[in-house]
Every structure is written in structure tokens, then in C-alpha cells.
Design a protein around this ligand. Structure first.
Ligand SMILES: Cc1ncc(COP(=O)(O)O)c(C=O)c1O
Length: 400
């Protein structure tokens, strides 16, 4: 069981009087991670893999240890399987830009994707004429696997699907989708931006080919993230950028790229951020991902239970908390979601997010919502009292 009171002591920002319910946008950062980043700047700040002096040696060792920690966190066989990126978006773009797309290829994605895992594929279609098929979900964000069976065929080169919707909180059956894709020889990229922070992730068990995730949504620093690349894809997956650090040899006429992960690390990497992300993984491991999942469900239960009984409030996403993470989006009848979020902040000290959450296809296709909705998203440091405070506040706002 997770000790929320003890956890909250690691997040002094929580003493500022704000109830933070916006972790799906970006999580808070515990002191351990802040201090680890500061340690780099204070104790051994230097470039990595580029110097024989002791600062560079120490920085390189910390950097590599963190890289290994991040790889272990998602169950990757080695750090060679993880390209450090600045966020999920960069990881997805790396894959999109690495494939020699053909007109006859097909990409299958879904209507609930974040723009990062959607417009990237529309751009591939614009540039290469590649077919893009969008699988629809129910209004709750639930899929019928038969729709994937229909959409994925032998021309399908990539299936790009999120593990967890950042709008509906629903958990997508990625393992089953991966099985269907692999039967047709298609590769699968899972957008793990919302999944990795909340659900114990094991890329081998999942069977995924690519998994992109963001450090800043899992207690890590902004500017940190990763892209898992399965062994079989390492040789053919090209880096997004090349340059210093990515080669084994260069002559006047040619160059030879280094082996992974070096070939993905062009230029000076985000050293402090990667070191911080390693510490965030250690922190999450200490708390235990299974405990986090359990607490998530408790918070999701309370959130849905409370919101569903308020007159004039519409909730989006699955009704069953077991089908989602601790995240709920809602609207109050006749009110603009931005006004609701502003009132929550100004009058109730509750931070939520409002708008389309970078998921316009979902907003338009499933709900016809022009201004989007309000999202309350939780993480391991949130309490049931905070959820109750949100429910009381929404009840009062809805009465006005
Ligand atoms: C499901 C999902 N995918 C992708 C992203 C993009 O993440 P980032 O902005 O860290 O690249 C987000 C961010 O909210 C997200 O929720």
C-alpha cells in the first residue's frame, strides 16, 4: 500500500496551497529528482563521453547509469534499446522519419490519439502518399478488436496506438492489437506518454516494437523522455539527427554511424535531465508501480463516483474505473470549460486543464465539442481529500 502522506513530503511544491490535478499534462517532481539534477550542476558538471578528466568521467557514469535505469524501468533488455529523447513527440517523429514510406504502405492509427501520434502520420501521408486508416472507438473510448482485424492488412507497415487516452483515461488493449498487427507483419508503435507513468510497463511482455514516453509525466525533468526500439528494429531505425557523438568514423567522403544507443545521441545530450529521469525511475520503483496502479484505481473510483452524481455534469470516457487510469474529463452544462478551470483555480485553488488536450479528432468525432472539456488528472501524491474538494467545488460551480 502506498503511503501518500510520506510521498507528499517529497513534493514541497504541494505546500503552496494548490491542489494539483494536472499530472497528465506534466507531473510534479520530487526533491530526490531535483537534488539529483542539482548534484550534476554542483558536483561534476561537464560534457559526457567526451573527456578524460574526472568531471567528464563522473558525468558519463551517472548519465549511463540513468540510461540503464530508464531501460530497466520499461523492461528493455539493455540501454541500447532506448534512445533518449526530449519527450514522447520526439520519439514518435523519430520513427516516422526513419521509415522509407511507400505509397503502397498503410499506417493504422485511432481516433483517440494525441496530435503527436496523429498528425505525424497525416504528414507521412502528405509526403509519401501512404494510406492512413483511423480506427474508431465507442464514445467511451473503447475499441472492438474486430475493427483492428479489419483495418490491419498485409500492406500495413505500422500500427500507431496509445496505451492510455489523455482525454478519456481509457486503457487500450495494446497487447491484443500488437498480436493482430504482428500476424500481418506490421510493426507497432505504442504511445506510452500516459501509460508508462501509471501502469507497470514491460516492453517484452507487451511485444511492442516501439514505445515512446515522456520523463516529465513520470516525475522526471522536462526535456527528458525515451523511445524503446526492439532488437529487430535497431539496425533499420535511423536517428532523427546525426552529428557529434553518433559516429565511429568520418572521412572526407563518408561516415559510419555508431551502434545504438550512441547513434541516437547527436550532439550534447540532455545530461541533467537524463540523470534526473533515472532518479525518477528509482523513486517510482521504490514506491512500486503496482502500488501506484492500485492508488490510481482508488482515486479514479472516487473521482467518477463523485462527478457522476452532480446535476448538469457530463463525464467522458469509460464508466468503469477499472478501464481507466486516475483521470476524468467533464463539462458543466452551458459553461465554457476554460471558465470552469479558471474558477477552480482562482476560487478553489485547484489546478486542472481545460480545452481539447491536443486531441481534436477525438473531440470532434466522438463528442462534437468545440471548446473541449475540463480534465482532472491524478498521480501518486494526490489524496482522496483533494478529489472530494474538486467534487465539492464542481457541485457549487454547477449550481450557479
Ligand atoms: C497520450 C499522449 N501522447 C503524447 C503526448 C505528447 O507528450 P510530450 O508533450 O511530452 O511530447 C501527450 C502529452 O500530453 C499525451 O498525453
Amino acid at each position: 500500500m502506498l503511503d501518500v502522506k510520506a510521498i507528499r513530503e517529497d513534493f514541497p511544491i504541494l505546500n503552496k496551497g494548490i491542489m494539483y490535478l494536472d499530472s497528465a499534462a506534466s507531473s510534479l517532481t520530487p526533491e530526490q529528482v531535483v537534488l539529483k539534477e542539482m548534484e550534476f550542476y554542483r558536483e561534476y558538471r561537464a560534457n559526457v563521453e567526451r573527456g578524460v578528466h574526472r568531471f567528464s568521467q563522473e558525468a558519463s557514469e551517472e548519465y549511463e547509469n540513468s540510461h540503464e535505469e530508464v531501460a530497466r524501468f520499461i523492461g528493455a533488455p539493455s540501454k541500447s534499446n532506448v534512445a533518449m529523447t526530449k519527450n514522447t513527440t520526439e520519439g514518435i517523429n523519430l520513427v516516422a522519419n526513419s521509415v522509407d514510406w511507400k505509397k503502397t504502405d498503410k499506417i493504422v492509427t485511432t481516433v483517440i490519439e494525441h496530435h503527436s501520434n496523429f498528425i505525424t502520420w497525416l504528414r507521412v501521408r502528405q509526403r509519401h502518399g501512404t494510406d492512413v486508416e483511423v480506427v474508431r472507438s465507442s464514445t467511451e473510448g473503447l475499441f472492438d478488436l474486430a475493427d483492428f482485424e479489419k483495418a490491419i492488412d498485409d500492406n500495413t507497415r505500422l500500427v500507431a496506438v496509445t496505451h492510455v487516452s489523455n482525454v478519456l483515461g481509457c486503457i487500450v488493449p495494446v497487447k491484443e492489437i500488437i498480436e493482430i498487427a504482428h500476424e500481418h507483419g506490421a510493426k507497432v508503435l505504442v504511445d506510452g506518454a500516459q501509460g508508462v507513468p501509471h501502469i507497470k510497463t514491460d516492453v517484452i511482455d507487451m511485444g511492442v516494437d516501439f514505445l515512446a514516453f515522456s520523463g516529465h509525466k513520470m516525475l522526471g525533468p522536462t526535456g527528458s523522455g525515451g523511445l524503446y526500439i526492439a532488437d529487430a528494429e535497431l539496425a533499420t531505425t535511423e536517428p532523427l539527427c546525426i552529428g557529434g557523438g553518433t559516429i565511429v568514423d568520418v572521412s572526407i567522403d563518408d561516415y559510419v554511424l555508431a551502434v545504438p544507443p550512441m547513434k541516437y545521441e547527436a550532439g550534447t545530450p540532455s545530461i541533467a535531465q537524463v540523470i534526473g529521469l533515472g532518479e525518477a525511475c528509482r523513486y517510482l520503483n521504490r514506491v512500486g508501480m503496482h502500488n501506484i496502479e492500485e492508488w490510481d484505481l482508488t482515486l479514479a473510483n472516487r473521482l467518477l463516483d463523485g462527478l457522476k452524481d452532480i446535476d448538469g455534469v457530463e463525464i467522458y470516457g469509460p464508466k468503469d474505473p477499472k478501464q481507466r487510469v486516475g483521470l476524468a474529463t467533464f463539462n458543466i452544462k452551458d459553461m465554457n470549460p476554460h471558465d470552469v478551470a479558471l474558477t477552480l483555480d482562482l476560487e478553489y485553488d485547484i489546478a486542472t486543464r481545460s480545452g481539447h488536450h491536443c486531441a481534436l479528432p477525438l473531440m470532434k468525432e466522438l463528442y462534437n465539442l468545440n471548446s473541449g472539456n475540463v480534465r482532472a488528472s491524478t498521480y501518486l501524491y494526490n489524496t482522496l481529500e483533494e478529489i472530494d474538494a474538486l467534487i465539492d467545488a464542481v457541485t457549487e460551480i454547477a449550481k450557479d
